[in-house]
Ligand binder design. Structure first.
Ligand code: IDP
Ligand code: MG
Length: 151
């Protein structure tokens, strides 16, 4: 099993509902190593770049508006098969399809407010980690570990 990195973001509803600790605890309990973590507020430009693949979708405006509406917690998580493992822990995108026991299944009633982002492929993970942790200090910190992003 290959050690990978993935990118995750706890969306604004997490801090406003004061469930950040609970979600981080689930991620740690599963076995991920947190190798990068920061509290930040997304600019519309960063949100649009992060969600660029959805630019033509009818919900794009709401998506960007929501993700910029309050602080988020951006994380780089590491572990065996991290991309697929985190997607499984988060559950399905659609609120009504997210199984109980998953993060979305347990904490979200609405697809647009589905509480957590997780990269959907190693390529997306590498792109998103670079986008959110591109400042020199962060790059050096992440380089201290010997696993390349998203691989
Ligand atoms: P993902 O977050 O599971 O990767 P994507 O299809 O990449 O799902 O969509 C990105 C985000 O856009 C979702 O997490 C969700 O918040 C929002 N979204 C996706 N589909 C819909 C929809 O049909 N209505 C409203 N929001 C949506
Ligand atoms: Mg996605």
């Amino acid at each position: 099993m290959a050690i990978e990195r993935t990118f995750s973001m706890l969306k604004p509803g997490v801090l406003s509902r004061r469930i950040a600790g609970e979600l981080v605890a689930r991620i740690e309990r599963k076995g991920f190593d947190i190798v990068g973590m920061k509290l930040m507020r997304l600019s519309p430009a960063l949100a649009e770049e992060h969600y660029a693949e959805h630019r033509a979708k009818p919900f794009f405006g709401e998506l960007v508006g929501y993700i910029c509406s309050g602080p988020v917690i951006a994380m780089v998580l590491e572990g065996d098969n991290a991309v697929r493992m985190l997607r499984a822990l988060c559950g399905s995108t659609k609120a009504e399809e997210a199984a109980p026991g998953t993060i979305r299944g347990d904490f979200a009633m609405h697809t647009g407010l589905n509480i957590i982002h997780a990269s959907d492929s190693p390529e997306a993970a590498a792109r998103e980690i670079a986008l959110f942790f591109k400042l020199e200090g962060w790059k050096q910190w992440l380089d201290l570990k010997d696993c390349p992003a998203g691989t």
